[in-house]
Design a protein around this ligand. Structure first.
Ligand SMILES: *Cc1c(COP(=O)(O)O)cnc(C)c1O
Length: 417
């Protein structure tokens, strides 16, 4: 219990260090050297050579998969993955109702329908709700490891087997996370990852698809890597080889400077994740039992990447204090990096999902979700506060200050009512 008055009410703030308190990715000397060297050796790579080949090989060996194809963004990786999986007009794909929109939006560009399924109280796909939404047109179900907390992959693998639908993964929050010792992104027929700015592995902008399946691999190449790569990598005897020059007509290659940056970062990823794991455990221990705050439940089989620490706010424990007021007081304590998830929100709230036909003529008859259709997704989103998870020993004091700021506001909640 901190006895000083809340900063919002004129007391001393808990944190006075100037922000930003969390920046990602870490740019270190090897990154600068790798990017500078790449500037000299080539800034356009039309085939699988140089830094693109090196990075794809490194990712394939890190994940333990046969094939990796890099892309310009995670959105492009998802688009290529769905196209390669043969998802087309009228097909339905089950996507959690709570995720970043790009998990689902590429499906609109294939004529397919994202079918949203609600999440459970942990924000993970509710398989009972997903089962109710299966139809004869359902082709696949997508696992999203929200905030880097792995989904229950045993349950998802059996769900996909039982219902004979393809399992695909969006690993964009979860590079290096594991479920039962196995890396997320290796359970489905294929996985797509973002390498965007704040993601656990970052190229600034970029993405990739990982798969063990050579047919999927060829089709990923044909979707967004036309000409040289397709000509060299798809066997001449393969029935699709004749399409190599144009592929499917899209060009979604990664920039070699982005590949160089992420390749330089990859050897440090596991060290960062170890650091995050111990910071997250420390922050959860500090916040466990604070009234109004629920720390995430992490199953014993899950090892998260801690893209963020998602806390659940329970106003009933604080006399009904609204989350916005609580957050205002936390910010006044100097804990600026605590926030509510913005763009990672219930997909049914986006106009694109409610009325895709206004932008995409093929969807004039698409029956979009209404607000209220996904009560758990909406509730989880409305009651989530997220914190950065620092990896460094030198950041332990900052992490402690953040949890102290939250505990201080909780202990003074009555002053805010
Ligand atoms: C970031 C993200 C994407 C999109 O990746 P970009 O690289 O930004 O295109 C897709 N899905 C999830 C879950 C993400 O977090």
């Amino acid at each position: 219990m901190n006895d000083s008055p809340l900063a919002l009410l004129g007391g001393e703030p808990t944190i006075t260090a100037p922000g930003p308190h969390f920046t990602w990715p870490v740019i270190a000397e090897p990154d600068r050297e790798a990017v500078a060297a790449q500037l000299e050796s080539g800034v356009s790579i039309p085939d699988r050579s140089g830094v693109v080949a090196d990075f794809e090989d490194a990712l394939a060996s890190y994940l333990g998969v046969r094939h990796v194809v890099t892309t310009c963004t995670g959105t492009a990786a998802l688009h290529s993955m769905y196209a390669a999986a043969g998802i087309g007009p009228g097909d339905e794909v089950i996507v959690p109702a709570l995720t970043f929109h790009a998990t689902a939006t590429p499906l609109f560009h294939l004529g397919a329908h994202p079918v949203l399924a609600d999440v459970d109280d942990r924000g993970q796909l509710d398989l009972d709700d997903a089962a109710r939404r299966l139809t004869a047109r359902t082709k696949a179900v997508v696992a999203v490891h929200l905030w880097g907390l792995p989904e229950d992959m045993d349950a998802l693998v059996s769900f996909a087997e039982e219902h004979a639908v393809m399992l695909l993964e969006d690993g964009s929050h979860a590079h290096g996370a594991t479920w039962n010792g196995r890396r997320t992104g290796t359970f489905g027929a294929a996985a797509a990852f973002s390498l965007n700015g704040p993601k656990p592995l970052s190229a600034g902008e970029g993405g990739f698809v990982a798969t063990d399946d050579s047919e999927l691999y060829y089709r990923v190449l044909l979707h967004g890597q036309y000409n040289k790569r397709c000509r060299r990598e798809i066997p001449a005897t393969h029935p699709l080889a004749r399409f190599a020059v144009t592929g499917m007509g899209l060009k979604l290659r990664i920039h070699p400077l982005a590949a160089a940056l992420a390749l330089a970062q990859l050897p440090r990823l596991d060290g960062y994740l170890d650091g995050r794991q111990s910071t997250a455990a420390r922050m959860c221990a500090a916040l466990d039992g604070v009234p109004g705050i629920r720390v995430p439940h992490v199953p014993v089989l899950a090892r998260p990447s801690w893209y963020a620490l998602p806390l659940r706010y329970e106003p009933a424990g604080l006399g009904g204090l609204p989350l916005e007021r609580f957050l205002e007081a936390v910010h006044a304590e100097g804990a600026d990096a605590v926030d509510q998830p913005g763009s990672t929100c219930p997909l049914g709230t986006h106009p694109l999902f409610q009325a895709p036909g206004a932008l995409l003529p093929g969807y004039a008859d698409h029956q979009g979700p209404a607000v209220g259709d996904f009560p758990a997704a909406e509730h989880v989103h409305a009651t989530t506060l997220k914190l950065p998870v620092w990896h460094g020993q030198e950041d332990v004091r900052l992490a402690d200050a953040y949890t102290a700021a939250i505990a201080k506001v909780a202990s003074h909640a009555k002053d805010l009512l």
